[in-house]
Design a protein around this ligand. Structure first.
Ligand SMILES: Cc1cc2nc3c(=O)[nH]c(=O)nc-3n(C[C@H](O)[C@H](O)[C@H](O)COP(=O)(O)OP(=O)(O)OC[C@H]3O[C@@H](n4cnc5c(N)ncnc54)[C@H](O)[C@@H]3O)c2cc1C
Ligand code: SF4
Length: 499
């Protein structure tokens, strides 16, 4: 018998719960929190471990295997785009960069009209407020804007481009700069620090080390889940309701593997990932991008919530040494020469508010397979975005900005940077990474064009709910976690009414 609290699965398990939640990231934690607060018997299953922040070593080779799916090596099926996602109690909120931003009202209205969700904007607005309060969301203090971000801001302002500060969810941050490898100072007000302990205090059970492989169902109605421990022991859960919160890759993969009827082919479709490319730049003075909060400023000159002509979000980025070495162009001595100037390196990313859509399917064990290709319009936007990022860095005083194409574009003037917008972005050239999968079980009133309804229930099934980034009706063009927390909360509240 497993009581309220955090437990690690060591052997075979047979459990019962009123509601079983698969995944403990932003969405799953928010749903579990609401269910537990209402006194519902809720069991959370998480494939990763409960991590102790004090043991985070700030070393890439140690933290990537601990905190990231596939040790950080997950990619799209063609290998072209790295897709970074987290694991462990708190999911991707353990290693994310804590940016918090609501979806712009124009995009919310578009979701309401296009997807038949008239009440969503108002419901989300209330949920945003509650989540922002729970997670202590506020502006990044001016004193914590690091040199990399200051340079980015100066560049955007020198060009006269739209730019501004970002909000975050940190309390007690000392600016160590290692957010992406987990916070050793436990300063992130995330699912692991705030929501899951609160859910457990209210009676929730969280069992780690269980990878769910199937939703068990009869005649289209969920009856529980089946999974395995890390050592291969079977885990079976009987539950009245199943909430899938295994992320926008994990949840559709589980549904595909479970063999539920998907009449309109909506399960796993419409995947967006915000692919991003990076531009590096060398400055005469040290930048020391590893010191301080990694991201705190944005440039929205090329971004509009609903106008496809503006679909690039620009912001500073910082790579730890191994990631930077992998991205820097050149070989041998030339590569060593560049890396020896690591201290002088600033970087910016161009992230697509992508209209390209991929699809998630599954292997035999329910693990996600991600098909996604950047379409021609998004490739053109990426070239434009990379050129704009170079323009910002040069306007801030960089000696040279480098776009890491296979034949690197070394840009020294605004003219050269502007011309880089005409260069063709191809598959694998330059390398792209994605950190925001979403939309693969999107919400909408019409089962022919969406997988879930406005409350997060899977169309065409009974007692199966979704509470993660899969629900997004489109790409958001900004940091998605706040919306995922808010959607998870709304799903939890809706489920309380019937559980
Ligand atoms: C490097 C990086 C930086 C980021 N920075 C930001 C940022 O600054 N701001 C922002 O808004 N967003 C950021 N994000 C994205 C954000 O963290 C995610 O969008 C968000 O956490 C997704 O929430 P989710 O609930 O959909 O999934 P996740 O948070 O990924 O949680 C899913 C959980 O399900 C578990 N799981 C998966 N499959 C199974 C299974 N079969 N059985 C059991 N458990 C399973 C996983 O282990 C994981 O814990 C960042 C992401 C990355 C990778
Ligand atoms: S910058 Fe702040 S939140 Fe990020 S790892 Fe360091 S102390 Fe933690």
């Amino acid at each position: 018998m497993i009581g309220p609290g955090f437990h690690h699965a060591e052997g075979p398990l047979r459990l019962e719960a009123r509601v079983v939640v698969v995944g403990s990231g932003a969405g799953g934690a928010a749903a579990a929190d609401r269910l537990a607060a209402a006194g519902v018997d809720v069991l959370v299953l998480e494939m990763g471990r409960q991590e102790a922040p004090a043991t985070f070593t700030q070393r890439e080779e140690q933290m990537f295997p601990r905190l990231f799916q596939d040790a950080g090596g997950r990619t799209t099926l063609d290998g072209a785009i790295t897709v970074l996602q987290g694991k462990g109690v708190g999911g991707s909120t353990l290693h994310n960069l804590n940016l918090c931003k609501r979806v712009e009202p124009e995009l919310l209205d578009r979701w309401a009209s296009d997807r038949g969700l008239p009440e969503l904007p108002q419901r989300l607005s209330a949920a945003y407020e509650a989540v922002e309060q729970d997670l202590s969301v506020g502006p990044v203090p001016e004193a914590m804007i690091n040199r990399n971000n200051q340079l980015f801001r100066a560049g955007a302002q020198a060009l006269g481009w739209a730019n501004g500060p970002l909000k975050h969810n940190r309390v007690g941050c000392i600016g160590s700069g290692f957010c992406e490898l987990g916070c050793a100072y436990n300063a992130k007000m995330n699912a692991a620090r705030v929501l899951l302990p609160r859910a457990v205090a209210a009676g929730a059970r969280v069992v780690t080390g269980v990878r769910v492989e199937r939703v068990r169902h009869r005649f289209g109605r969920a009856v529980g889940v089946r999974g395995v421990t890390a050592q291969g022991h079977p885990v079976t859960v009987d539950a009245r309701h199943v909430v899938l919160a295994a992320s926008a890759t994990g949840s559709p993969a589980l549904l595909v593997a479970s063999g539920l009827r998907d009449r309109w082919g909506q399960v796993g479709a419409h995947l967006h990932i915000h692919p991003g490319g990076t531009v590096g730049a060398l400055f005469e003075q040290p930048v020391r991008g590893w010191q301080g909060i990694p991201q705190s400023w944005e440039c929205t000159q090329l971004l509009h919530p609903t106008d496809p002509a503006r679909r690039v979000w620009l912001l500073p980025v910082f790579g730890h040494p191994v990631a930077t070495a992998a991205l820097l162009p050149g070989f041998g001595e030339a590569h060593t020469r560049l890396l020896s100037r690591f201290e002088h390196l600033a970087a910016a990313t161009a992230m697509l508010h992508d209209y390209s859509a991929g699809r998630v399917s599954a292997d035999r064990r329910g693990r996600p397979l991600i098909r996604y290709q950047v379409d021609a319009a998004d490739r053109a936007a990426m070239a434009q975005g990379l050129a704009a990022a170079a323009q910002i860095l040069l306007a801030a005083g960089a000696e040279v900005a480098v776009i890491p194409y296979a034949r690197p574009a070394e840009l020294r003037t605004q003219d050269e940077a502007r011309q880089a917008a005409d260069r063709a972005v191809r598959r694998l050239d330059p390398p792209l990474a994605a950190v925001h999968p979403m939309g693969s079980l999107r919400m909408g009133a019409d089962p022919r064009t969406s997988a879930c309804d406005g409350l997060g229930r899977l169309h065409g099934a009974r007692r199966i709910w979704v509470a993660d980034g899969s629900l997004m009706p489109s790409s958001t063009g900004g940091p998605p976690q706040l919306t995922i927390y808010a959607l998870g909360r709304l799903v939890g509240e809706a489920l309380v009414q019937v559980a």
